[in-house]
Design a protein around this ligand. Sequence first.
Ligand code: AMP
Length: 219
Amino acid sequence: MLGPPGAGKGTQAERFARGKGIPKISTGDILREAVQAGTEVGRRAKAIMDSGELVHDEVMIGIVKERLDRPDAGGGFILDGFPRTVAQAVALDAIMAERDPLIVIDISVPEAELVRRLGTRLICEVCGQNAAVATDLTDRCLRCGGKLKQRTDDNDAIVRERLRVYHRATEPLVDYYRMRPTFRSVNGAQTPDEVAADLAAAIEAARNGTAKLGRGATR
Ligand code: AMP
């Protein structure tokens, strides 16, 4: 799943993975768990994440390789937040050489909307889940009852840095993947239900290798 920060990748990946009974593998979540657990990787990643920059490719490639080797990823998985650089994409192609082809979905959202979403986003400090809009009215997570807080990297200055990093390092991946028959783009500036419907249709179309496209989805 490709797209800028705030495009809804995490929300949509979670929803799709739950519906299909496959793991959602979010490198941001894996890093935040490592920070929380105080591991060596977590300690080194924290300062980089708080500055809005990217953790080194070798570290991220190692994390993903290890995660994809686990048995629960054998029947398919959805990747959220990886790859984020061309070097990571090249490494992922090598990892996937013996597996089914990757389906690549780019979720696009206008920049002003991304800034607005990231500035108001709340996550649960216990389970790390994004708070649904309705729960923003309370300060508790609907899933586990944990307290809601702003992500440390969602403040205005860091959001702008993360968007700069996205344009510099990650957006070139759209060109890297665009010509593949399994690439699709989905309009992320819709309601979560509409994006989910387009995403499911785009994935199905990519799987069938047909020109059949979902509403708002384009090649
Ligand atoms: P996310 O939750 O996907 O927005 O990721 C939060 C932060 O974790 C990013 O701003 C990066 O600092 C780091 N991160 C997550 N995934 C990657 C990746 N694939 N490559 C490098 N850094 C990453």
